[in-house]
Design a protein around this ligand. Structure first.
Ligand code: ADP
Ligand code: MG
Length: 709
């Protein structure tokens, strides 16, 4: 008797040889694996293009016609198989460069075929290279004729063993006929099935292989995606609760003098509603005795720094219970420049409140470093701001209460976790901040057990930045515009792609650009700063400071200025080779301007030819200033696995769900999971028995989650 856990070898029609191929080519070992090997597309037997109506290169088409000609041409690497498919309206050429021999043997001139593929233009004619091809009216035994035929990914090896789309279709049909609905028990509670009109698991799995029509297929996909995402969310939420319950944290009960005096005497502006809300969320975390592990997302310029400062003040206002030792705080930034700016900025803000603020980076050496380390160890220093240097073992705190990490995507998980160990009494609270917003539900998924806050509002009075796209031949116009703005007393950034060891060309471009600008904006009237990754830290800093103080009008730089630098008088950002930057990087760069009262501009310079992705990135930048919207496009273009800071999420492998596209289902799954666990944290209620059992059966995957954040 076949059941789902049977070795695939024992399914009728498989046998040892085909089983080996299924294992090696598709990773299918059991009947269950085969059943969950889903089609990647369907042949809709009712919808075909006609050869005559193919006009567009790149179009994906499905044609049905008779194979009229088949011949192999060329020699060696140019060897190819060429066929002509004729339908009622015309002829389409088919070309294969691989599997020539095999195809030549198995295809039959005179037979009717269905082909599917992308149209190429070659020598003024259209063809389809490497089309999928199968007989139009195959003898499928007792499989009834359908409108939708599943298509499974195929390889030459599979095809040779008769395991092409057709062969797999037969096997899966056979398997489904052998099984009973009871072999594939339901995993969702009846009330959810009813509430969302979801098909049963059995029906969904059958229908995803053999749907009668589009509606059935859509229903099956919806049900299976929902199931995947619901269990994912249940797992994440349960883990998070478990971690929270397990990890004790310092109790910051009090809102004290530092916080209150800062708020009343020092804060130079009114906090935005979003800043207040996020501070309340943070405060709620700190006042319960559990370790905070929170991510603050906020667009460039949304005012994360002051939120970080006020969070640190909450720590400083509290002390260790055992000996009354006040807590310390640290703020870590990814670059020296940014860390220094935070240091200057925050020292200035806290003014004469009597708070000791220090700076530590790799460039602080000798006596100076000794002094700071000493003060951190004795507790005389309240706040330290710095770079990666802060996580080195030789940095010891008297009583570190909270660690804040700016631009968290620049740091690895390992680096962050080192901060956890900086206080022998227990893990400090952790707040990470990012200006690379991603949709909230997605963030909750990717960052596993982090809590998420969003500063989704900009301080009042900001003028939206105007973004313009120019190609190379508008360079003169751009220069004219720079002259105008500089004439008004403003400053300008000109940014080139990153320089690293391998990219000599970038450095050349940057230097050439710098020289051209120097001719166009000559001294003594004009001065230009230049900053790139190959310079010594001290030189970088010197150039940077000249620009910050307004002594230079133009800053020519690589992306080292991407994060954090704040020069409110700068009103123009020119980005060279803009097509080479990712969306979130472009958005970050643009965020360097628009910080003052003046109208600001971002000019994206590109070559004439853009890839379709490149074009969409540029168009998105021109269209919107909204970081969340930009993040969604970025996500769509790059896929969730490639988002900054989410590399670890390669573990997020789904059968069907796509985090970038299934945002709505994800949000619904999140909400349901939250409701279920609020009502029934350990899934002990009878109506949740199925959920509990399914989670337990997949328990081995769950471990992965604790590692993500
Ligand atoms: P980011 O979120 O990009 O780190 P910053 O914290 O650097 O943003 O803030 C950008 C600018 O906005 C700073 O000059 C800061 O002083 C100012 N700012 C922050 N919050 C407010 C507010 N509520 N009202 C007015 N200006 C603010
Ligand atoms: Mg910032």
């Amino acid at each position: 008797m076949t059941n789902l856990d049977s070795n695939i070898e024992f399914l009728k029609g498989v046998g040892a040889h085909r089983a080996d191929t299924l294992k090696s080519e598709l990773g299918i070992f059991t009947c269950r694996d085969l059943l969950f090997h889903f089609p990647f597309r369907y042949v809709d037997r009712t919808k075909f293009h006609s050869a005559r109506d193919v006009h567009q290169e790149g179009e994906t088409v499905q044609l049905r016609g008779v194979l009229r000609r088949l011949e192999s041409l060329g020699e060696g690497r140019a060897k190819r198989l060429v066929g002509s498919l004729r339908d009622e309206t015309g002829v389409m050429e088919l070309v294969w460069f691989q599997g020539v021999q095999w195809l030549e043997k198995s295809l039959c001139v005179g037979k009717e075929y269905i082909v599917f593929g992308r149209v190429n233009a070659f020598n003024g004619r259209f063809n389809i290279t490497h089309p999928e091809i199968e007989e139009s009216a195959p003898a499928e035994g007792n499989v009834p004729a359908r409108t939708f035929d599943p298509v499974y990914p195929s390889t030459e090896k599979l095809t040779q063993k008769g395991l092409d789309a057709k062969g797999l279709r037969k096997l899966i049909r056979l398997l489904l006929d052998t099984l009973k609905p009871a072999d594939l028990p339901e995993t969702l509670p009846d009330y959810l099935l009813a509430q969302f009109r979801l098909s049963s698991r059995w029906a969904a799995v059958s229908n995803i292989h053999f749907p009668e029509n589009q509606q059935e297929l859509d229903g099956a996909i919806r049900r299976l995606k929902f199931e995947e995402l619901l269990f994912l969310q249940l797992r994440i939420l349960q883990l998070r609760t478990r971690r929270k319950d397990a990890t004790r944290g310092f109790l910051f009960e009090k809102i004290g003098d530092y916080f209150n005096r800062f708020y009343q005497e020092k804060l130079p502006f009114e906090l935005t509603g979003a800043q207040k809300r996020v501070l309340r969320e943070i405060r709620a975390d700190l006042a319960v005795g559990k370790q905070m592990n929170r991510l603050v997302q906020g667009d460039v310029g949304s005012g994360k720094t002051v939120v970080a400062l006020m969070t640190m003040l909450m720590a400083l206002d509290n002390a260790r219970l055992s000996d009354g030792q006040p807590f310390q705080a640290c703020l870590m930034a990814p670059t020296e420049i940014l860390a220094q700016q935070h240091f200057a900025n925050l020292s200035d803000l806290v003014g004469d409140l009597g708070i000791q603020v220090g700076f530590l980076s790799g460039s602080i050496k000798g006596k100076k470093r000794e002094a700071i380390l000493q003060q951190l160890a004795t507790g005389d220093m309240n706040i330290v701001i710095g770079t990666h240097a802060l996580i080195e073992d030789w940095v010891q705190f008297k009583n570190l209460g909270i660690s804040i990490i700016d631009e968290q995507h620049r740091f690895g998980v390992e680096q962050r976790s080192k901060l956890w160990k900086k206080n022998p009494d227990g893990p400090p609270h952790v707040l990470v901040m990012t200006a690379t917003p991603i949709p909230r539900t997605l963030a909750m998924t990717l960052y596993g057990d982090l809590d998420i806050s969003a500063i989704d509002e900009l301080p009042p009075g900001r003028k939206p930045i105007t973004t313009i796209h120019y190609t190379e031949h508008h360079r003169l116009r751009v220069q004219g515009f720079m002259h105008e703005e500089i004439g008004k007393g403003r400053q300008v950034y000109v940014v080139y792609p990153m320089i690293d060891e391998t990219e000599k060309i970038d450095l050349q471009n940057l230097m050439t650009g710098f020289e051209a600008l120097s001719r166009d904006f000559p001294p003594p009237k004009y001065h230009i700063s230049i900053v790139h990754g190959k310079m010594k830290a001290a030189d970088k800093d010197f150039e940077m400071q000249r620009f910050v103080r307004g002594e230079t009008q133009i800053m020519v730089a690589t992306t080292v200025i991407e994060v954090g630098v704040n020069v409110p008088n700068a009103s123009v950002m020119v980005i060279e080779n803009a097509e080479r930057f990712g969306l979130s990087q472009l958005h970050q760069l643009r965020g360097r301007v628009g910080r003052g009262a003046e109208q600001s501009f971002c000019i994206l310079l590109t070559g004439f030819k853009l890839s379709s992705d490149g074009r969409e990135r540029i168009q998105t930048m021109v269209r919107t200033n909204d970081g969340f919207e930009i993040a969604e496009v970025d996500l769509k273009l790059r896929g969730p696995g490639n988002m900054e800071g989410t590399q670890q999420s390669g573990m997020l492998r789904f059968l069907l769900a796509d985090l970038a596209r299934d945002g709505q289902i994800l949000a619904a799954a999140r909400e349901i999971a939250t409701q279920i666990l609020e009502k029934d944290p350990s899934l002990a209620l009878p109506e949740h028995l199925r959920l509990r059992q399914h989670l337990a059966s997949e328990g081995k995957d769950a471990k992965v989650w604790s590692r993500i954040s």
